[in-house]
Ligand binder design. Structure first.
Ligand SMILES: *Cc1c(COP(=O)(O)O)cnc(C)c1O
Length: 470
């Protein structure tokens, strides 16, 4: 075969198929894609293969352009039962929060404009006013995420000073956030107090001297120390701080505004508790248990928050209008006392096992496959480590769970399930009701692939109708 049997780029562009590509993707991208196809075809031909047809070249170019332009960040269905799944984008937003983002996204807004005075306003006033109403804090500042909030607090309050923190709280939460490294980045000097498992107030007392700038407490986040373990209470740290005129900074991590203990979970430290205990400054995430957009929220004494607000780093980590709009809408749910009904994260936490069992059973019935078995959902997102919520899942046992869940991940939208004991499990707790139809479609398709691609379907060991194990 000779290279001459390949069409020229001009001929491809002038063909009907080429014109339709230009129509769909524009000329520059089309030219680029066709050049790539021709280059690949030349290589093939040189190796002695037949030249691909014009149709094949055009079809391949279309496929590649489609793949190149498809959004890379796209929705998935989370059937893992991990409510705050960091890899899957943490908290889903409430409909009102989504609408609030849309309302300001496509046009201009009052982001930094005071309508009554007709001049520049303050972007911080929107969500911050609601935060103060909710928590009774003196002042609030919203930044890009909680990592930024902690970095800003340490930089703004303790640069070139010593920060005392219990050794057991030198945590890493994953994704590159490690308290000692953030501390170093801030220019504050870390002083580890106590031992890995036991730190007493007296350890803090002896560590205080003239270079001490701040006392810090950090939530353990994603791990738990049990056994012979003690840490001084926030209360005792605050009292010690007051004696020595030192501020106490509390990195709450998740920072719940509602009491998780009301839902059969352990008690996650609450924002209001820290403020009532008179921590000088608290920091927490917007997209963990708050159930809002990615944000870092700082609350506390006005003089401290104002110092941080004016710090140059604050400008570098400020929150954008979409975040502020969604956060404000999320906070409004708390003000209206409808958080448990309206905020997806809290709805999922509050979902009753019996409701979940019914949902999983209806999936099994619709599919004519699978068992409904008891399982445990987790909160995730660095809150409530090892705490679980009893749930019921649909459990399938395809002969090849790996390829089966790969097909689920290739569905549109992709479905992320959990594999345990060679079974693929779907937890209704984290599947939004409006996603159920698409979830079942994806499972049906993946089951068909099981028959086509990976050997014969194993004989059904179970009755066709869904069975429920107690
Ligand atoms: C999650 C967490 C952070 C980081 O918060 P992001 O919002 O992910 O930046 C910081 N500290 C603690 C204790 C956390 O749990």
């Amino acid at each position: 075969m000779s290279l001459r049997s390949l069409p020229s780029i001009e001929r491809l562009l002038q063909s009907e198929g080429g014109a339709s590509l230009i129509d769909a993707f524009g000329r520059p991208l089309t030219v680029d894609a066709l050049r790539n196809e021709l280059a690949a075809a030349r290589l093939l031909v040189r190796k002695g293969n037949p030249a691909p047809s014009t149709e094949t070249l055009l079809a391949e170019a279309r496929r590649n352009l489609g793949a190149r332009l498809a959004p890379s960040i796209s929705p998935v269905i989370n059937a893992t039962g991990v409510i705050l799944h960091t890899n899957l984008g943490r908290a889903p937003l409430s409909p009102a929060a989504c609408e609030a983002m849309l309302r300001v996204a496509g046009g201009y807004s009052t982001l930094e404009f005071d309508l009554s005075l007709g001049r520049r306003g303050d972007r911080s006033k929107h969500a911050e006013a609601k935060l103060l109403q909710l928590t009774g804090a003196e002042a609030a500042l919203v930044v890009n995420n909680n990592a930024a909030a902690v970095l800003l607090a340490l930089t703004g309050l303790a640069r070139r000073k010593e920060v005392l923190i219990a050794r057991s709280q030198l945590i890493e939460i994953g994704g590159g956030f490690r308290i000692p490294e953030v501390m170093q980045q801030s220019g504050a000097r870390l002083v580890e107090v106590g031992t890995t498992n036991r730190t007493h107030l007296s350890d803090f007392e002896t560590a205080i001297h003239e270079r001490t700038g701040l006392i810090m407490r950090a939530h353990h986040s994603n791990f738990r120390i049990t056994g012979f373990m003690t840490e001084p209470s926030l209360q005792s740290l605050v009292e010690l701080g007051e004696q020595h005129q030192l501020s106490v900074f509390d990195d709450l991590g998740s920072g719940a505004l509602l009491d998780t203990a009301l839902f059969g979970l352990g008690h996650e430290p609450m924002v209001q508790e820290s403020l009532q205990t008179r921590a000088s400054l608290v920091a927490f995430s917007g997209d963990k248990l708050l159930g809002g957009p990615q944000a870092g929220i700082l609350l506390g004494e006005r003089r401290l928050v104002d110092r941080l607000r004016k710090h140059p780093l604050a400008r570098a980590v400020r929150a954008d209008k979409l975040c502020l709009a969604a956060l404000e809408a999320t906070l409004t749910h708390y003000l209206l006392d409808e958080a448990v009904q309206q905020i997806p994260v809290w709805r999922m936490i509050a979902a009753e096992a019996e409701t979940l069992r019914r949902r999983a059973s209806s999936w099994a019935a619709e599919l004519g496959r699978g068992q409904v078995v008891p399982e445990l959902s987790t909160v995730g997102g660095g809150s409530l480590p090892e705490e679980t919520l009893p749930t019921w899942v649909l459990s399938l046992d395809p002969p090849h769970p790996g390829p089966f869940s790969e097909r689920l991940r290739r569905a549109n939208p992709p479905v992320i399930a959990r594999i345990a004991d060679n079974q693929v499990r779907f937890d209704p707790r984290t599947v939004l009701p409006e996603e159920e139809g698409r979830l079942l479609d994806a499972v049906r398709l993946a089951l068909m692939g099981e028959r086509d691609g990976h050997g014969p379907d194993t004989p059904r060991r179970k009755p066709k109708r869904a069975r429920e194990d107690a």
